[in-house]
Design a protein around this ligand. Structure first.
Ligand SMILES: C=CC1=C(C)c2cc3[nH]c(cc4nc(cc5[nH]c(cc1n2)c(C)c5CCC(=O)O)C(CCC(=O)O)=C4C)c(C)c3C=C
Ligand SMILES: [Fe+2]
Ligand SMILES: [Fe+2]
Length: 337
């Protein structure tokens, strides 16, 4: 029976222009999974204070990363789409070696291609089973939860509902941890190890954790396992949270404040890895590799190195294949090796 694997990531503007950024932010920030402020109040804030200003402020940052990869890689368009498409092609290759019954494709939660359109198209092509793999190793209601909502909406609007399942999380998968560890080791082998390894995760409001979001625990679990595999003593690494948005308190310690503190307090060199990002994007290529480099250097630090996301690394694709196989024991009797 034809089976589709749909990789999902957040999405990105269609172009690095204020108009396209506005369209993207409107869809993204209108989702009540992303911002939990009561609707009428948030609609007013979004329309009066965010959408008139943020697109023009953030479009130049998108312009900076558009068509840009790390290490002179030949990226076209938005990096998050470029790397997701490469992940699709490589996972397709791996699964085609097992069976001709698999189609691998991708969808984006915001900005398209949408999950609903993708499922409709594939159903028309004869696909009868779907596995959605959110490319968020750590579950958060703001990301993976929003994907479940889109699946629920597809189901609600169907008479013959599709046979569809969603991978909840894979933060603890040994092959994911191994891929992260390999990427750090390769970076150390090429450039030497810095004094500190910062593991910077995308933040979310602290209140979400109090209400039951397991994201913080899963980030800490990831960081601890990675440090353990790397045999890093506790004083050599730190977990931090980036990309704060709005006035509320978000998960701490904050990435930017920590780097400034370290720079001021005599930490000379730092390696930064962002384990929650499966693909490089605005939040890594600009916020981490550019803005936060400046924060650290301006505060007195001297060496700052960003370790790229797992992107299309072979060991990353191996981990993603394993996550899919674990999900479909009847389809793949053998675990991945
Ligand atoms: C408003 C609150 C936000 C929450 C909560 C949030 C959670 C969250 N986001 C990611 C991954 C990505 N976020 C990206 C961009 C981005 N995120 C927010 C806001 C929240 N994110 C905004 C407003 C933006 C757009 C840029 C900006 O205006 O600052 C991206 C990059 C997309 C790209 O085009 O490259 C990713 C990826 C995670 C993993 C997460 C919670 C765990
Ligand atoms: Fe975000
Ligand atoms: Fe950001």
């Amino acid at each position: 029976m034809a089976h589709a694997i749909i990789l999902m990531n957040l999405g990105t503007p269609a172009e690095p222009t204020p108009k396209a950024v506005r369209q993207f932010l409107k869809a993204f920030l209108s989702d009540s999974r992303v911002v939990e402020i009561p609707r009428p109040l948030w609609a007013m804030i979004l329309n009066l204070f965010v959408l008139p200003f943020r697109p023009a402020k953030i479009a130049p940052a998108y312009e900076e990363i558009w068509n840009q990869g790390l290490d002179g890689e030949n990226v076209s368009g938005s990096p998050i789409v470029f790397y997701t498409q490469r992940q699709v092609a490589l996972l397709q290759q791996r699964l085609s070696a097992v069976s001709d019954q698999f189609t691998v494709t991708y969808a984006m939660t915001y900005g398209g291609p949408s999950l609903a359109d993708t499922v409709t198209r594939l159903s028309g092509e004869g696909v009868r089973q779907f596995t959605v793999l959110p490319l968020y190793p750590q579950y958060s209601a703001t990301t993976t939860g929003a994907i479940y909502d889109q699946v629920a909406e597809i189901v609600r609007n169907s008479r013959n509902v599709p046979d569809i399942s969603v991978v909840h999380e894979y933060w603890q998968h040994p092959l994911y941890i191994e891929a992260l560890a390999n990427s750090v080791r390769e970076h150390w082998a090429a450039q030497g190890a810095a004094e500190k390894l910062m593991m910077s995760f995308h933040g979310i409001p602290k209140a979400n954790i109090r209400k039951g979001d397991p994201y913080y625990d899963q980030c800490c679990g990831t960081a601890e396992r990675l440090a353990e595999v790397l045999e890093l003593p506790r004083e050599k690494w730190e977990i931090t949270f980036q990309s704060r948005f709005g006035k509320a308190e978000w998960l701490q310690p904050y990435t930017d404040k920590t780097l400034i503190e370290w720079g001021k307090n005599g930490v000379a060199s730092v390696d930064v890895i962002c384990p929650a990002f499966s693909a490089d994007c605005l939040e890594t290529l600009e916020e981490i590799a550019v803005e936060n480099r400046a924060n650290f250097i301006d505060a007195g630090g001297s060496e700052y190195r960003y370790i790229p996301a797992l992107n299309a690394r072979e060991d990353h694709l191996r981990a993603l294949e394993a996550v899919v196989r674990d999900r479909l024991p009847g389809v793949f009797p053998e675990p991945v090796r």
